[in-house]
Design a protein around this ligand. Structure first.
Ligand code: NAD
Length: 359
């Protein structure tokens, strides 16, 4: 595999929460291929078709653990036993619509789960770098045309978005109280950041009420694709885009612990920001068949209709920028869904990572 991180991850002990999920499975595969010793902590995968299951990554990494991040004592035990050096915290209840059904559980997992991970970090001397994954929805949504900047206020209308806004406030508090850069090397040796991606798409995601899985479920049985919010605008990006950003950030944080411990937006270029309808149209084109049905009935559940991220800061200070435009992103995504039933999914993922890094 082409290593864009200059051998940095080889032999590093990395703990990933949420490795059985969509983004976590891709991150585990990538880090494993780069030679990291990966420990994964999560609940069971949702279905037999998840990328985690089909790729078999659970059998390849150093430790594949089932544990609930709401159990703070268990998190501390796991951290002490596996002695991670780098932590990527992805585990969450990540769905807006589900958060209206289970708001308290969403808060428990997202906010208390994040605090439990930070407490486990505080309790384990081996941890040097922590990257906490929140979301673009952590900003107070003003339906504004400009992208949200890292300095904008946190907020959130629905329980999911507001729980992630609350995570951001907790991370900032723990950073100032326990992992303060001014005390680095004296009272602690941890550097902690938070990262916000856009609407992440890629192979192996089967979550409910997400556009790509909705499209593929319909296409596989020859049904028309029902589009609930055709005009909603989102910052779409391939899963490997934010993951490449998280990994680059962790590397920089390791080398310069006091310089990068803050919040970062890893979104797409403005040209990739498009409507749900445009994305679904591109999916149908690449799949080779299918039709869309506009189902934009008034919806009782509030969801933001306009959401964009400003990525000037990551470009300038990290030298990171998205590699794929919207069309090549959808091409890569649909490629996975066209091939997963007949091919070795681990090899398919490696092929996609190589294609992505080659540009
Ligand atoms: N997918 C997106 O578009 C997107 C965009 C921005 C941010 N995010 C964030 O990225 C992260 C990963 O999202 P995803 O799309 O891969 O989600 P996912 O639902 O596919 O995966 C979630 C993971 O968290 C684990 N998990 C959930 N509750 C847990 C608990 N109580 N204890 C232990 N593990 C638990 C699951 O087992 C799974 O491994 C989340 O924090 C999400 O909020 C996702």
């Amino acid at each position: 595999m082409i290593d864009i991180f200059d051998n940095f991850y080889k032999g590093k002990r990395v703990l990933i929460t949420g490795h059985t999920g969509f983004k976590g499975s891709w991150l585990s595969i990538w880090l494993h291929e780069l030679g990291a010793e990966v420990t994964g902590v999560a609940l069971d995968p949702y279905s037999e078709r998840d990328n985690y299951v089909l790729s078999g990554i659970g059998n390849k990494i150093k430790a594949d653990l089932r544990a609930d991040i709401r159990d703070g004592k268990r998190m501390k035990e796991i951290f002490l036993k596996y002695q991670p050096e780098i932590v990527f915290h992805l585990a969450a209840q990540p769905l807006v619509r589900l958060s209206y059904e289970i708001p308290a559980e969403t808060y428990d997992t997202n906010v208390m789960g994040t605090i439990n991970i930070m407490e486990a970090i505080r309790n384990t001397d081996s941890v040097k770098v922590a990257v906490m994954i929140t979301t673009d929805k952590c900003y107070e949504n003003k339906e504004q045309q400009e992208g949200y900047k890292e300095t904008d206020a946190f907020g959130g209308y629905d329980p999911y978005s507001s729980s992630k806004g609350a995570c951001e406030i907790a991370i900032s508090s723990w950073r100032r109280s326990f992992f303060n850069p001014a005390d680095y090397g004296k009272r602690h040796h941890v550097t902690i950041s938070s990262v916000r991606a856009g609407n992440v798409i890629g192979g192996g995601d089967w979550a409910l009420d997400r556009i790509i899985p909705d499209c593929i479920r319909a296409l596989e049985v020859g049904r028309p694709i029902d589009i609930r919010s055709p005009r909603a605008v989102r910052p779409w990006e391939h899963v490997l885009e934010p993951l490449s950003g998280y990994m680059l950030l962790a590397q920089k944080m390791w080398m310069h612990p006091t310089e990068y411990c803050e919040g970062w937006n890893f979104g797409p270029e403005a040209e990739s920001v498009s409507t749900v309808w445009e994305v679904a149209t591109e999916v149908v084109k690449n799949y080779g068949c299918g039709e869309l049905r506009d189902l934009s009935v008034p919806d009782a559940l509030h969801e933001a209709s306009l959401l964009m991220l400003n990525i000037d800061k990551v470009k300038k200070r990290l030298g990171w920028r998205p590699r794929l435009d919207m069309k090549s992103c959808i091409q890569l995504v649909v490629d996975w869904y066209k091939r997963y039933q007949t091919e070795d999914v681990y090899c398919l993922c490696i092929e996609e990572i190589n294609k992505f890094v080659r540009g």
